[in-house]
Ligand binder design. Structure first.
Ligand code: GDP
Length: 481
């Protein structure tokens, strides 16, 4: 069977108390699909409604953490995101967080200005303020010539809610969301729990194909045979097609939220990495590519989520591969081929991998504290953005004195970090700003010419080309990775 249009999957995000839950409840209660079945609606993490004879699927677990968790696993769940902003508050911290998530996930956005029934506020003034705040965040609403629809509504009186549903459908049509009930089944776990009586229960949102009772499935490493399926009305169903959420019984254990169904995980991931690698080779040099290895899945997720903070203004840090366990030869080889760095958390660098990292000049660092890892990444990102290349600082010295030497001057230095050697690239930095790049013509410890100096030693440096250094400047040796 050919691809057919499927219901859009919509998620609602926004600041706490801005009315997400009330809106989701209002939509569920006021629309035909839920009412006709007449059952007691049951919370399974998502539900479908009918509007103008067409279905819309809402994920009803608002919450950025869940959204981000799914996203960090590479699961694309929602097709459309509705950003709820309360008319009296305007943009708040979690609204901004939500905007970043939505932009990161690259899903179309609709802004819903909620609580327009509130009395005692100047609606026009508030509305204008919010529009300005949105445009400051580069959200280009339609009224200003952009492509983001804005819908004022009240989940209390219901005003504007129909309009929101209509716009969701328009956006969906524009994006021609296709599904094929006959395709191999693909889906994502949006909720999962262990029930005392029923065993492992997972709500799976089918994205393509059809999930059927009796199917043998594997999801995020958990296998099982579907013993029973229920829709959001608690009604038994035998099959679930594209965009349909179902609660599934019969899994052997509880899968993780965001786990994907219907794909061989390794093969799929390998393919994704392959294409990413090709893209990166073609390359944007202002992107820091990282490979993360950690002791636990939870640590990996925490690190990856924290790295997102560097991406608020664009794709700066890209995780090209991640996994649990020690840093292997393969990790380092991959890093070498795409010019990535390898970050390890609570793991070791295998001896063979270490050798390769040295010969291939791959930057590998291991940490026991996430904060230190992030600090290092921040340093690397800063230089990357400033100079457009990835580099590692090998040594640092403070210039504490100067001595005339014919027409030139010798910098009297105290080594404060690492080592500085002849032949390395050298630069002089003043209050964090680059003065000049140079090389070492002469390096002296007391009276002796030496090849390198290490932390804790004093030395004299003669630069070639000569440069206008000052006492208080920092000398750094570095290499480009
Ligand atoms: P959430 O944290 O975003 O899910 O927000 P809730 O849906 O829990 O709503 C927070 C508060 O705002 C509750 O007291 C709601 O009754 C109230 N509220 C939600 N929507 C509206 C609305 O459209 N108008 C008014 N006046 N109050 C609303």
């Amino acid at each position: 069977m050919a691809d057919t249009l499927r219901a859009p999957i919509v998620t609602i995000l926004g600041h706490v108390d801005h009315g997400k839950t009330t809106l989701l409840d209002f939509i569920r209660k006021s629309t035909v699909a839920a009412k006709e079945h007449g059952g007691i609606t049951q919370h399974i993490g998502a539900y479908q409604v009918e509007h103008e004879k067409k279905l819309i699927t809402f994920i009803d677990t608002p919450g950025h953490a869940a959204f981000e968790k799914m996203r960090s696993r590479g699961a694309k769940v929602a097709d459309i995101a509705v950003l709820v902003v309360s008319i009296d508050d305007g943009l708040m911290p979690q609204t901004i967080e939500a905007i970043n998530h939505i932009k990161g996930a690259k899903v179309p956005m609709i802004v819903a200005i909620s609580k327009i029934d509130i009395q005692g506020i100047n609606a026009k003034v508030q509305m204008d303020k919010i529009k300005k705040q949105l445009s400051d965040r580069e959200i280009n609403i339609e009224e200003y010539g952009g492509d983001v629809p804005l819908v004022p509504l009240s989940a209390k009186t219901g005003e504007g809610v129909d309009k929101l549903l209509e716009i969701i459908q328009l956006v969906a049509e524009l994006h021609e969301l296709k599904g094929d009930p006959a395709a191999p089944v693909a889906g994502v776990v949006i909720e999962a729990t262990l029930d005392k009586f029923k065993g492992a229960i997972a709500t799976i949102l089918v994205r393509n194909g059809t999930l059927k009772k009796g199917d043998q499935i594997m999801v995020g490493g958990v296998t099982g045979k579907i013993r029973g399926m229920f829709d959001f009305n608690g009604k038994v169903v035998d099959s679930a097609g594209p965009s349909f959420p179902v609660e599934v019984l019969g899994l052997e254990s509880v899968p993780e939220v965001g786990a994907k169904l219907g794909e061989e995980p390794e093969e799929k991931e390998a393919k994704e990495i392959q294409s990413l690698v090709e893209k990166l080779k073609a390359g944007d040099t202002k992107t820091l590519k990282v490979i993360i290895k950690a002791d636990k899945q939870g640590s990996l997720e925490a690190i990856q989520a924290s790295l997102q903070k560097f991406n608020e203004t664009g794709e700066v840090v890209v995780v090209i591969s991640k996994g649990t366990g020690d840093i292997t030869e393969d990790n380092v080889k991959m890093a070498s081929s795409v010019k990535a760095i390898v970050l390890g958390f609570n793991v070791k660098l295998a001896p063979v991998a270490q050798k390769i990292s040295e010969t291939e000049h791959v930057l590998v660092r291991t940490y026991n504290i996430i904060y230190e890892l992030l600090e290092d990444v921040e340093d690397v990102v800063t230089t990357l953005l400033e100079v457009g290349q990835l580099e590692e600082v090998l040594g640092k010295a403070n210039i504490i004195a100067e001595f005339p030497h014919g027409k030139e001057r010798i910098a009297g230095c105290r080594m404060i970090e690492g080592e500085i050697a002849k032949g390395q690239k050298i630069r002089v930095v003043r209050e964090g700003v680059l003065v000049s790049e140079t090389k070492l013509k002469s390096l002296k410890k007391v009276k002796d010419e030496v090849n390198k100096v290490e932390k804790g030693n004093d030395c004299g440096m003669l630069f070639d080309p000569n440069l206008d250094f000052q006492i208080g400047d920092t000398v750094e040796s570095f290499r480009v990775i």
